[in-house]
Structures are given as C-alpha cells and as structure tokens.
Design a protein around this ligand. Structure first.
Ligand SMILES: [Zn+2]
Length: 462
C-alpha cells in the first residue's frame, strides 16, 4: 500500500527494520515512518523520507521497530510493591487469604498511586504500551493518576465483588454497591479518542459475582462502548462451583444470561470443555491467557488447556502477564510453547501467532484495533524501537523469530505512546526512575508491616 508523502512531519524515523503487523504482516527493511501529533502519517522507504521536512529525524539503523505491545491482564496494585513476597509453594486458599488479599488491603490510596505508576513504568520498559487491568484496584482515582503520570495507555476498573458468601452479608446491598462502582468508574473515565485512559466494568470474576453483576457489567459496557473483563476457570474449582450451584459450567451459564460478547475478555479460561469453547466462539468473547502465571500457579495448563481448539474455532486469544511479571515478550514465547506442548508437536503455533497475541489480537479484545496494534498510516504512534547492537539480537538474521525467542526489555531502546516518547536509551524521559526506586522500597516495607504477613521467606535473608 502506498501513501502520499507528507511535506512535513513532527518526526521521521529512518533506516529501520519495521515489523508492521499490518494485514499482510509485512516486515520492511531500510524502512521509514513519519509521525505528526499522535498519529503515524506515512510509512515508506528511507530515500523517500529524505524529502519530508521533519522537525526531528531519528536514526533507525540498527533498530527493529514494532507496534507497542498490548498486555490484556495486569494487576497494577498488590504485587508491584510487594514483588513475589510470598512462598511460591502454597496452595490457592493459603496463598490468597493469608498472603495476597492482606497485601491489597494494606495499600493506602497513595500506595496504589505509586504502585500503578511504578508498574506502568515497568510495563513500558518491557514494551507494553497498552494494558487492561485485572480488576483489583481499591482506589481507582489514585491508580488512574499513577497510570496517567506514566503516560501509558490503559483500561482500568475498580474492584467489584457482589456475592455474599457470609450469611450475615446483605447480597442485595453488595450487588448495588458493585454496580455503583462500575457505573461511577465508567462515568468518571469515559472512553474518548484522545484520552489514554478509560474505565471498564472489570470484575474479579470466578464465583465472586452473581448474575445481576455480570449482566449489569455487560449493559454498562455496551451503553458506554467499552468492554468487560473478569477472571474465570484457571482451576477446576470454578467449573466445579458453577456445576454445583448453577447446574451448568461457567461459560455456558454466562452465555445463557447474556454476559458474553465481543467486548468481553475472560482471563485464564484454562479449565473449559468444548461447550464452553463454542460459547467463546459463538459470542466472540476474547481470552486473555497468562502463560507464565498458569505455570507458576500450576493450572495444569499443558494437560487440559483447550487453547488450540479455541483458536481453531476462531476465538481471539491474547497473551498477558497477570500479577507476576511485566515482560510481555516472555508471555509470548511461553504462550506459543504451551500451545505446542498441548499437542505434543510443534505445529499448532509459531512466532507470528505469539506476536499477534500481544499486538493485533490484544487491540481487537480492547475494541481498539482501529487505533493500535499495528504500524499503519492513520493509527496512533504507539511504537517500540529495539536496539539490534545488543547481544540479544546478533547475529541479526530473522527479526520476528529473534524478537519472540531472544529479545526482552533489556534491548528495548525507545518507546512512544501516542507519538510521545516515553523511553529513550532504555530510560524514562518523563519520570525520575531512581527516585521511584527509592520510593517503592520505602512503601513496600510499610505495606508488609501493615499487612501483618507471617514473613515466611523461602530463603534466609540478611
Ligand atoms: Zn489476575
């Protein structure tokens, strides 16, 4: 596709290898792109770019340039300031109720702002320019402010649980409170073309929300033109609970009550049966699969996952990092590895599938594929430039294979979000990284003390 050469541009980048992720999945050499404001205005060859009157020219030789990556499930609070501080060999109930939940509740609003900012910075440094939050933000305004300070694109939402498990709780009141959190969030952070941040109804999911909350989430999202996200079925416990209490498996039930759709993203979706796979396919519901989290959490993924069957049925599968790590390229390489392992041969997935899962598939899940997910004229300039004068990249032979199997944030030189450069030379331009490191160390100590955790460490520490 050719485009009219613009007379002027804010900046042009020349001499690069461009992995475009456009409809033809073109990889262009000695390529150039022009950006004005927040948009990509032209893509062509380096000699042609010499004719553009640009305010700034960026030398892209020795750079592999890609669209910004999209991470469809991240907990930006809770884990970032406590960083794996729990034994990794506890069963789920111990892990959640003794360690994970108390850490969240020990965060002050200011901690959540710092956590959101710090996690967003780590995401940017790993190449994520857009993320979907996981539904565990207690203080939405503070977290939103942290995300805004980082200059990353995000869809976020407040913590929503509407089911009464304790007979002393009033479920009607819990449902009303849950719906109010979703309505207030979407009203406070509406989705616009300009704003990097918008709020979605994001539920914790599993069995924590009764049907009324799921149905309200879908209605609120449909009315606002946004999406819904929730966890479901990382373990067999979710289908077991639904079969016992509802009489159907969770995804079949959610389809029956009208809670699924192409603006809904379900995280994990590991323990499915084929009826549920077909429910995803029939409704266009997206899957956010977190490969490393599924291994660390022992979901039994490589034994039971029906991801290849879901892909064959046309389900849009995206990759995400969950709460453990921010390296989305690691998710891509482990993700396709698991797709291969599930069948016992290497044919079900290749590097392009891995790259699609963290670019264009993520954009589709977020309803933003007209704006992000590929390097194309008219799209937002969410762009990464990897430094190929780095041991991860040499010898440079096959850029897409090397991106997925060899590269990570350590060779990421530059990151732009909506045309604005956020990372240069691997360092943030708008933030004081050293000061943030000091702040998170101090905040972390206070959070762990307030949480009253047993301080059971895997290793003796000084
Ligand atoms: Zn999660």
């Amino acid at each position: 596709m050719t485009h009219t050469l613009p007379e002027t541009a804010d900046w042009v980048l020349t001499g690069a290898i461009l992995i475009t992720m456009d409809a033809q999945r073109r990889v262009l050499t000695d390529a150039a792109l022009a950006v004005t404001g927040r948009k990509i205005t032209w893509i062509g060859t380096t000699p042609e770019a010499a004719k553009i009157d640009a305010k700034e020219r960026i030398d892209g030789r020795d750079k592999v340039v890609t669209p910004g990556f999209i991470n469809t499930h991240v907990h930006i609070t809770g884990d970032p300031l406590t960083r794996h501080f729990m034994p990794d060999d506890l069963n789920d109930a111990d892990r959640l109720f003794t360690w994970v939940i108390p850490r969240y509740y020990a965060h002050t609003p200011e901690d959540e702002q710092l956590s959101a900012l710090y996690c967003s910075l780590e995401l940017l440094k790993g190449g994520t320019t857009t993320f979907l939050e996981a539904g565990t933000i207690c203080h939405l305004d503070h977290a939103a402010e942290g995300v805004r300070q980082a200059g990353i694109r995000a869809r976020i939402g407040g913590w929503v649980e509407g089911r009464a498990f304790d007979p002393t709780q009033d479920e009607t009141a819990l449902i009303e409170a849950a719906i109010k959190i979703m309505e207030d969030g979407v009203a406070a952070y509406p989705q616009t073309e300009e704003d990097l941040i918008a709020a979605w109804p994001i539920m914790v999911g599993h069995n924590t929300n009764p049907d009324a909350v799921w149905q309200a989430a879908k209605r609120i999202a449909d009315d606002a033109g946004v999406g819904v996200a929730a966890h479901m079925s990382p373990y067999k416990a979710d289908p077991d609970w639904y079969l016992e209490h509802v009489g159907k498996r969770p995804l079949v039930h959610l389809e029956d009550i009208g809670a699924l759709g192409d603006n809904v993203t379900i995280t994990h979706a590991t323990h499915l049966d084929m009826d549920e796979v077909n429910a995803f396919a029939r409704t266009g519901t997206n899957i956010a699969y977190c490969p490393f989290a599924s291994l660390k959490g022992a979901f039994h993924v490589a034994k039971v996952g029906l991801y290849n069957e879901a892909r064959a049925a046309g389900v849009n599968i995206t990759f995400a990092t969950d709460g453990y790590d921010c390296e989305i390229l690691q998710a891509a390489r482990i993700g396709i590895g698991i797709f291969k392992d599930l069948t016992g041969d290497v044919s079900p997935a290749n590097v392009m599938d891995g790259l699609e899962a963290i670019t264009i598939n993520g954009a589709k899940a977020l309803g933003l594929d007209h704006m992000i997910g590929s390097l194309e004229v008219g799209k937002e300039a969410d762009i990464l430039a990897f430094d190929t004068r780095n041991v991860q990249w040499r010898p440079l032979i096959s850029p897409v294979d090397q991106l997925i199997f060899s590269a990570d944030g350590r060779s990421l030189d530059s990151v732009w979000v909506a045309g604005e450069q956020r990372i240069k030379g691997g360092k943030p331009l708008h933030l004081d990284e050293e000061a943030l490191i000091d702040q998170v160390q101090t905040a972390s100590t206070a959070i762990l003390e307030r949480a009253g955790l047993p301080f059971k460490r895997s290793w003796p520490t000084p």
